[in-house]
Design a protein around this ligand. Structure first.
Ligand code: F6R
Length: 241
């Protein structure tokens, strides 16, 4: 694991956006795995800037998001679908047919998970996966568990995750308690991974993920076994390392 410590959130966002830009320059039809949440918002803003300056072209990339809440239609402002449109896709030239986000309204959830996984495999897997990390160590919605969940699957969200994500909703009761998430194996098969974290809040879990025991109780700790992971953190997070 390579750990890059930068000054602040803006620098994390710039560095991450540069990595995505380079990936797309090197391979314009890259398969990119995107994340939602607060952490990558700055990176998306930087990518939009780079796009407007003609420095990056999304025309041929294929995007696969990590996860989606179960039971939220894509028009719902809290859905990850909506998030991706409003934070990135509406502002760049990605083709609609190349946007892939699990369908939280699918009639058969099992089928949706299977098909999502199949689609990722059919395009040859993910070239670059962007990850944030939950305070409980989750990546995607792979919650702490007794075993690592391999492929795209249906998840019951952790209490801690529901609490953390309630900041995006009017009340905690509105937070969906289920989701669809790429699995650990799917993520680990990505050829390159960047894991972003900022602030004191993420210090302890980043420490556990990169220096602690590899255990499904801290799902991100499995990344220690991946050959090409760059962790980008600010000074506050890094003060825990
Ligand atoms: C989002 C995702 C989650 C978040 C994590 C951190 O697609 O998969 O694992 O990356 O919950 O969220 P923030 O960035 O809001 O702290």
């Amino acid at each position: 694991m390579q750990v890059e410590i930068v000054e602040d959130y803006i620098d994390i966002s710039k560095k991450a956006a540069e990595i995505v830009k380079t990936q797309i320059k090197d391979n314009p039809s890259s398969v990119i795995g995107f994340a939602t949440g607060d952490t990558p918002k700055g990176m998306y803003r930087e990518l939009i800037k780079l796009y407007n300056n003609g420095e990056v072209d999304f025309a041929d990339i294929k995007a696969f998001n990590l996860d989606e809440y179960y039971g939220l239609p894509k028009e719902n402002p809290q859905s990850y679908h909506y998030y991706m449109m409003k934070n990135l896709f509406d502002f760049v030239n990605i083709k609609k047919e190349n946007i892939n986000i699990p369908n939280g309204m699918a009639e058969s959830i099992e089928k949706e998970c299977e098909e999502y996984e199949k689609k990722i495999q059919e395009v040859g897997g993910i070239d670059l996966q962007v990850l944030g990390i939950g305070r409980n160590g989750h990546i995607g919605f792979n919650e702490p568990d007794l075993k690592f969940e391999a492929e795209t699957h249906f998840v019951e969200l952790d209490e801690d995750t529901i609490k953390a994500n309630s900041r995006f909703f009017h009340s905690i009761e509105e937070v969906p308690i289920k989701a669809i998430s790429m699995g650990i194996k799917t993520i680990m098969q990505a050829r390159k991974i960047i894991l972003l974290a900022f602030g004191k809040e993420k210090g302890e879990v980043i420490y556990k993920a990169i220096k602690g025991e590899i255990t499904p109780e801290i799902p991100a700790s499995i990344l220690q076994l991946h050959p090409n992971v760059t962790v980008i953190v600010d000074k506050e997070t890094a003060s825990f390392l």
